[in-house]
Design a protein around this ligand. Structure first.
Ligand SMILES: [Zn+2]
Length: 339
């Protein structure tokens, strides 16, 4: 496959796994098996343990999650493999121009969403988890010059660039999980794609909440490409297997339930490409309708149809147009996005 997976030792260390016996979002214990494979399944040079995920559907909160996942001690080796396994080659110094331009656009979008939510004032302290090359710093200070931005990122190259350019006060993020920073008490915590990837999303959310002021705002954006795949015929419909780094395959509704369980209310939601964003504020009275039989039946039907499509195309890239006609015939309206 032309993939350099580093040393066998790294791959072996990344393959130290555990089997979850409860939902990582709601702690529910009633599941349905969804599918076992991931995007590494066909890479026979990798340890077998990496090549399955045992995705399950939680019947309580409707999250599809990888029941078979890395133990925390495996996280560093696992993310050492990330650039090669997932073809992310931006972890170089200096970060490529195109990468920086793209992240600058994302930062403008984040500022716009926070502005719309009424969350921005001058002299705030902002924490950006997975802060890329520090793009959010200049974007915020452009409007609010007194803003302090602390960033954390997985890649040395990004941390070095962000600090040298004076973009943000950047630190290295360990892939093991969220870390409590000593100089906490942030007005805004921006959390980039963490809940899809987290090995223990509830524990991570608890730590983020400890760093947030009581009246602070969380802004988070997470991939929902799997949800898009389940929407049949949506822009991101695909027959490809799921990215093995995606341990929680949230839908808008399951994401909303996950936050509500921590006393967080979604005060705004938006879309950018295949991410769903949400503004969150503390609200002890927040309530989200529990999943009923209708929702379980709907998710099960969508999963079955997606698996059926995948097996009929055997993972090959297909031409969409003839497929769309079939899909339209079996499609039903997507679940309504939380407002
Ligand atoms: Zn659940």
């Amino acid at each position: 496959m032309g993939i350099d997976i580093g040393s066998d030792d790294i791959a072996r260390a990344a393959a130290a796994m555990t089997q979850l016996d409860s939902c990582p979002a709601c702690a529910g214990t009633i599941f349905r098996d969804a599918f076992t494979d991931n995007d590494l399944t066909r890479l026979s040079q990798l340890p077998d343990a990496l090549r399955r995920s045992d995705y399950r559907l939680c019947c309580s909160c409707m999250l599809v999650f990888a029941a078979w996942r890395q133990v925390p001690e495996a996280a560093v080796a696992y993310y050492d493999l990330f650039p090669d396994l997932e073809h992310r080659h931006y972890a170089v110094y200096p970060p490529p121009d195109e990468y920086r331009a793209n992240k600058a656009r994302v930062a403008q979008w984040i500022v716009g969403e926070l502005e719309t939510a009424g969350a921005l004032r001058d002299n705030q302290r902002v924490l950006h988890i997975r802060s890329d090359c520090g793009s959010l710093g200049p974007a915020l200070r452009d409007r609010y010059p007194g803003t302090t931005v602390v960033g954390q990122d997985y890649f040395d190259s990004n941390v070095r660039f962000a600090n040298e350019a004076g973009n943000v006060d950047a630190r290295l993020l360990k892939p093991t999980g969220a870390e409590l920073l000593e100089d906490s008490a942030f007005d805004i915590v921006v959390i980039n794609h963490m809940f899809t990837h987290a090995l223990d999303p509830r524990s991570d959310l608890d730590i983020y909440l400890k760093m947030l002021k009581p009246d602070g705002t969380i802004f988070t954006y997470n991939e929902i490409d799997f949800y898009e795949a389940l929407r049949f015929g949506g822009r991101h419909f695909r027959t490809k297997p799921v990215n093995n780094y995606h341990k929680q395959l949230f839908t808008p509704r399951s994401l909303q339930r996950f936050f509500a369980a921590a006393g967080l209310e979604m005060t705004g939601a938006g879309r950018r490409r295949n991410t769903l964003s949400a503004c969150l504020k503390h609200n002890p009275a927040v309530w989200v309708k529990p999943a009923g039989q209708d929702e379980l039946d709907d998710m099960t039907r969508r999963l079955d149809a997606w698996l059926e499509m995948r097996s009929s195309f055997k993972g090959k890239v297909v031409s969409w147009s003839p497929v769309r006609a079939v899909l339209k015939a079996i499609a039903s309206p997507p679940p309504v996005l939380p407002s």
